[in-house]
Design a protein around this ligand. Structure first.
Ligand SMILES: [Mn+2]
Length: 329
């Protein structure tokens, strides 16, 4: 491993200080949850005091990791935020979060705490006091793994489980082109240390609810394809999902269906979550940088996986995004 100065600075800072808040982005995915957990467990191994900040209650959904924690070790956002409680912690570790806006209701910690920003989004705005951004790393979980190594900590047990979950989530269980031979070695390494990779993959592919299947059947009926068969998109209007009471995480998986059609380069999902408010996910296979389109519509992400939330008429938004994507295929 080539050791970057910033990475070294972060591991040294971590070792020499105490009292950390740990936080990831709003609408967390597996990498965000896995990497904040991994950092917590890494700090536990160092005997440091820390508190996880959550945007909403994800403890049931991710009980595979929260089983390792007591109630005092995390804080779920609520309107009567207890600033005194947060001010007791001098430092904030922010993971997998490209911009300050993605910190949602916790944005203000940027002004009140010493911030360590660890990320793999190339468009990260480097808002921290210490920043380590490496867009070659497929997941932030991989960066936490590297920091654990620099600190001579064995990534076994709960630390290994959280790292594996982060890496497997952002690489589609090593199926996406962002995983390289190092990523396979990382997972092999964790497996040798006893981390249950099969169980984590089972969790990531977890079984859908009946309502999800009902929503999916409507979405699949609505899949459309460009004339050159390079772009496919799935759409669900507010009317179609209204009664189904869908959980947010399940909506994220919808984009995989248009993406997985044979021969497709770009897969997109459009979900009208609220009236005239469209949640867009974009995925590509080989050459289209979908983050360009996401940025154009006020979102962000990676070249092969991006997203945006757009206000506007549902049909009009779909038309505009498709015409933009067409200019890249
Ligand atoms: Mn990530």
């Amino acid at each position: 491993m080539k050791v970057n100065n910033q990475l070294k600075a972060i591991s040294e800072y971590t070792k020499e200080n105490n009292d950390y808040l740990i936080i990831g982005h709003i609408d967390p995915d597996g990498d965000a949850v896995g990497s904040i957990m991994a950092y917590k467990f890494l700090l536990d191994k160092l005997g440091k005091n820390s508190l996880l900040l959550l945007h909403s209650d994800i403890t049931e959904e991710y009980n595979i990791l929260f089983n390792y924690l007591t109630d005092e070790e995390y804080y779920i956002f609520n309107e009567n935020i207890n600033n005194e409680k947060l001010d007791k912690y001098e430092n904030a570790i922010v993971l997998d979060t490209a911009t300050v806006d993605r910190l949602g209701d916790y944005k203000n910690i940027i002004n009140t705490h010493y911030v360590i920003n660890i990320d793999h989004h190339y468009d990260n705005t480097k808002y921290g006091n210490l920043n380590y951004i490496n867009s070659n790393d497929p997941a932030v979980g991989k960066i936490v793994f590297d920091i654990a190594k620099l600190l001579n900590l064995k990534p076994d047990g709960k630390l290994g489980t959280a790292i594996a979950l982060a890496v497997l989530a952002d690489t589609g269980s090593l199926k996406y082109p962002n995983s390289n031979s190092d990523t396979f070695r990382l997972i092999a390494n964790l497996k040798e240390l006893g981390v249950d990779i099969v169980e984590i993959n089972r969790f990531l592919q977890s079984y859908p609810s009946l309502n999800y299947l009902k929503m999916l059947s409507k979405g699949l009926k609505n899949i459309k394809m460009s004339e050159d068969k390079k772009i496919a998109w799935l759409s669900l209007s507010k009317k179609e999902i209204d009664e189904l009471n869908i959980n947010e995480n399940e909506i994220k998986n919808l984009v995989n269906y248009p993406r997985d059609i044979r021969g497709i380069e770009v897969g997109i999902s459009f979900v009208e979550r609220k009236k005239d408010f469209v949640d867009i996910s974009l995925r590509s296979h080989n050459y289209v940088d979908v983050s360009k389109t996401a940025h154009k519509f006020g979102g962000g992400g990676h070249p092969r996986a991006s997203g945006a939330k757009v206000e506007g008429d549902f049909k009009k938004v779909i038309k505009e995004v498709i015409s933009e994507v067409k200019s890249y295929v």
